[in-house]
Each structure stands twice: as C-alpha cells, then as structure tokens.
Design a protein around this ligand. Structure first.
Ligand code: ATP
Ligand code: MG
Length: 329
C-alpha cells in the first residue's frame, strides 16, 4: 500500500475544566485519549460514536483548530505537531473542512461568488483567473451563475451547503474533514448532498474524514469506519466487514439502531439497547471505558483497559470478552 495521506498516532486532547469554588481548574476532560487513524489517498474514513465521544475534537485537532496535548499527526509523512506552527499551518492548507451548519459557515454580507472566491483571494489568485475558477466551482457543485450573485439568505439549506462545498474545494485540498455535513439538512436533500460529496471525490481523488453519528449515512459513504467511545477507539476496520460482523458490543449496539429497509429483517433482528448514560469524561471508568453499559462485561473488564487489537478478520476491537488479543501485553 502506498504511504497514507494522513496518519494520526495516539492523538490526545485534554481540556481543563474550571468551575470549582475559587474558579480554579477542577479537572481534566480527556476528550481524545489515544486515538490512531490512517487515511489513504482517495479514501473515506468515517468517525462515528455518540454525542460527546470526541469526534469533533479529534477532527479539530487534525485541522489545528484545537491544540493536541500528545501524539503525532503525520500528513504526507510530516508530523504537523512537531513542526514550527507556521510550517504546520502551511501544510494544513491542503486540508479543508465542511461543518454541519452552512448558515454560520457563510458570511451573510458576502455574495455566494464572493464567499467561494475568498480562499482564492487568500491564495493570491488574481482577477480573471479567479472569476473563471469561481464559475467552474459553482458549476461543479450544481449551482448556476445567477445563484452565484445571490446572498446566503436567498438560498435553501441544501444550496448553501453546496456553496460551502465549493469553497472547500476551491484550493484543491487533499483532505476534507466533514463534520456532520448533512445533519442540519432536510432529510429529503441529504442523499443529494451525500451523492455530490461522493461524486466529487471520484472526480478529484481527495480523501474524507467523515464525522457522523448517523450510521445509515456512514454505511453509504465510508470505506473504513472508526468507532469512538469516551475519547478512545472501540473498534475500527473496513466498512463492509464492520457492518456485517461487528465485534465490539458497542459497535453492535450502534449498528442495531440503524433501521433496516426490509421490515421482516427489521423484526427478526436482535436489538441491543444501550443502557444508561455515557459516563462523565471527567471521571471515566478505569478498565474498559464501556464497562458501565456493556451487556457482556466480565470481572476483568472493570480492572484492565483493553487495547485495540486485530480480531482475525480484518478489523480491530478493544474488547476482552470478544477479542482475547485485547489484553495488554
Ligand atoms: N472547548 C472545550 N472545552 C472543554 N471541554 C470540551 C471542549 N470541546 C469539547 N469538550 C468536551 O470534550 C468531549 C468531546 O466533545 P466533542 O465535541 O468532540 O464530541 P462529539 O463526539 O463531536 O459530539 P457531538 O456528536 O455532539 O458533536 C465532550 O465531553 C465535550 O464536553
Ligand atoms: Mg461533534
């Protein structure tokens, strides 16, 4: 296999939590606690898990929007965390982001064409070439030149997200982090935008880190899936095999919540309901992070933290009960 575009190793992000009596630091949230992710060129890797598990924080650390407290972020072989900040920022120009909410992502005072032109202006592209590139980008995402003259409030939610996508593509990035890119959109237009994202990737060959809590979306788009729980990785692997044969009980529970298109299959399926709340990340369980909600937990699970290890069929899972290799060596 050729060298990965992005290789994240043992990434850690900690947030101090204030609010004690004297307003001092009362604890530390380990929002991302040792996460490793590899993304090949032209590949889509999905990051999934419940709200608060650290998906956005991991994505933001890769983008340099929050500070990592440990680990390595190798982008085309160079460790962004070890480089001088200015050099890291220069390499990160090959990364772009698409956030959930296109309304807050766009300046209401700028025309659509102007919004799309902004990254080109920053990159120093001049007059005629820039105008031509904006026209091309509008057409690539399925918007008309007339729509380019409008303002964000004159477009629908789906059209606005197309503008955000055009702007992300403007400087030909190698990696696009999509953080819940269709969650704020009307259900009826989600698949249009997803299909657009997939078509653009086929055409231009960039990679996606695709953050989503919606597994039916992920199944549609991802080559590989990384399942996060309380800042750690519970399981990862190829999307096909992970959806067919989840090993970690947490993955199983997430998968069983996806509605199946066939009602008969839906009735026959064993539903794993996740009991209880996500534990506070301020005070995570000592052993397996999932132990407090796990339907198959054993005694050692509360004592020993499992490591992410090969399952024998192409995935990795951090579960003592289902994967003996998860015992730390
Ligand atoms: N700036 C911050 N300061 C303190 N804690 C933070 C900060 N940002 C995130 N957190 C905490 O870090 C943890 C992970 O948050 P994050 O936003 O990454 O989760 P998420 O998986 O993206 O959730 P969602 O699906 O709701 O977007 C949460 O416990 C959150 O409260
Ligand atoms: Mg998030």
């Amino acid at each position: 296999m050729s060298e990965a575009l992005l290789k994240v190793e043992d990434l850690r992000v900690e947030f101090p939590v204030r609010g004690g009596w004297l307003g001092g630091t009362t604890g530390i949230v380990k929002a991302v606690d040792g996460v490793s992710i590899e993304i090949g060129r032209g590949e889509t890797v999905a990051l999934v898990g419940e709200s608060g598990c650290g998906k956005s924080t991991a994505g933001n650390a890769i983008l340099g929007l929050v500070k990592a407290s440990g680990g390595r972020i190798l982008f085309e072989g160079q460790d962004l965390l070890a480089l001088p900040p200015a050099e890291g920022a220069r390499l990160r120009r090959d990364m772009q982001v698409i956030f959930q909410d296109p309304v807050s992502a766009l300046n209401p005072k700028l025309s659509i064409a102007h919004s799309i032109a902004e990254p080109l202006i920053i990159a120093g592209m001049a007059g005629a070439a820039r105008k031509a590139r904006v026209a091309e980008l509008l057409s690539i995402v399925g918007l008309s030149p007339e729509q380019g003259r409008r303002y964000p409030n004159e477009l629908s939610g789906g059209q606005r997200q197309r503008v955000v996508i055009a702007r992300a593509l403007a400087t030909q990035p190698k990696l696009i982090v999509c953080d819940e890119p269709v969650s704020a959109l009307d259900v009826s237009i989600r698949s249009q935008i997803l299909n657009l994202l997939m078509r653009l990737q086929r055409e231009f060959g960039f990679s996606y880190l695709f953050i989503s809590h919606d597994l039916s979306v992920v199944r549609h788009i991802a080559d590989r899936v990384v399942v996060m729980y309380l800042g750690t990785i519970a399981e990862d692997g190829g999307a096909d095999i992970l959806f067919q044969k989840p090993v970690h009980p947490y993955t199983e529970a997430l998968m069983s919540a996806i509605p199946l298109p066939d009602p008969k299959a839906q009735r026959a399926r064993r539903q794993t309901i996740l009991a209880g709340e996500l534990p506070s990340p301020l005070n995570p369980p000592k052993g397996c992070p999932f132990v407090t909600r796990c339907p198959i937990a054993e005694e050692r699970c509360a004592r020993i933290r499992p490591v992410l290890a090969e399952t024998g069929h192409g995935t990795r899972a951090a579960c003592h009960v289902r994967n003996p290799a998860a015992l730390p060596g």
